[in-house]
Design a protein around this ligand. Structure first.
Ligand code: AMP
Length: 197
């Protein structure tokens, strides 16, 4: 399926934890040929590597705090430059605050990659319920504890929402309703993506 999709722009997917963002991102990549950069997944792999860097990363993930700027930006920059120019990228979990946004915008401009953003909208109470269900299925420690979930949602509200608003003001963002089945939400996202040029 790689390169089967003729969008000329990369995609940044936003959504509160539990909005189905990760699942939608994987399906978009499978069906539309994006390369997936998933910030949380990349960082969890580093955390599990047994290195000193891994221990540092893990200490942030375990409490639901953002991993330091220098670490995540190096990880994302390496992932971006590793992709050929004609391979579209879907970014899940980056940029997560305004510093990351500025650095991300600069990297993308540097390498000449255009992007658009989609936010999956979902009510917070519903999102918490979905995450607790997912924790049981996937065994993720940072998903099983409601206090850590709340902490990650606080981070989303205080740090990531301003990023979303900034992209919205710049006309780079479309909103999609996250209520309903995964298939319904997928169709809404795929339709929105098909309008991007
Ligand atoms: P997620 O799977 O997206 O919920 O991310 C899990 C954890 O990884 C977060 O709670 C953060 O500790 C870390 N993380 C993910 N993305 C970022 C990012 N862009 N910047 C810093 N830390 C991140």
């Amino acid at each position: 399926m790689k390169n089967s999709f003729n969008s000329t722009v990369d995609l940044v997917l936003f959504g509160i934890q539990g909005s189905g963002k990760g699942t939608q991102a994987q399906r978009l990549c499978r069906e539309l040929g994006y390369y997936l950069f998933e910030a949380g997944g990349e960082l969890r792999r580093i955390a599990a590597s047994g290195t000193e860097l891994g221990e540092t990363v893990k200490s942030y993930i375990d409490v639901g705090k953002l991993v330091p700027f220098a670490i995540i930006m190096q990880v994302v920059r390496e992932a971006i430059v590793a992709q050929p120019p004609d391979q579209r990228i879907l970014f899940d979990g980056i940029p997560r605050d305004e510093d990351q946004m500025r650095a991300f915008d600069a990297i993308m401009q540097d390498v000449g990659r255009a992007f658009r953003c989609i936010q999956i909208l979902l009510d917070e109470a519903e999102a918490v319920q979905r995450i607790l269900g997912r924790a049981a299925e996937q065994g993720r420690a940072d998903d099983a504890d409601e206090a850590i979930i709340r902490k990650r949602m606080d981070t989303f509200r205080s740090k990531t929402l301003p990023v979303i608003q900034a992209y919205k003001q710049r006309g780079k963002l479309a909103e999609v309703d996250g209520e309903g089945s995964m298939d319904e939400v997928y169709e809404r996202i795929a339709h929105t993506v098909s309008m991007f040029t």
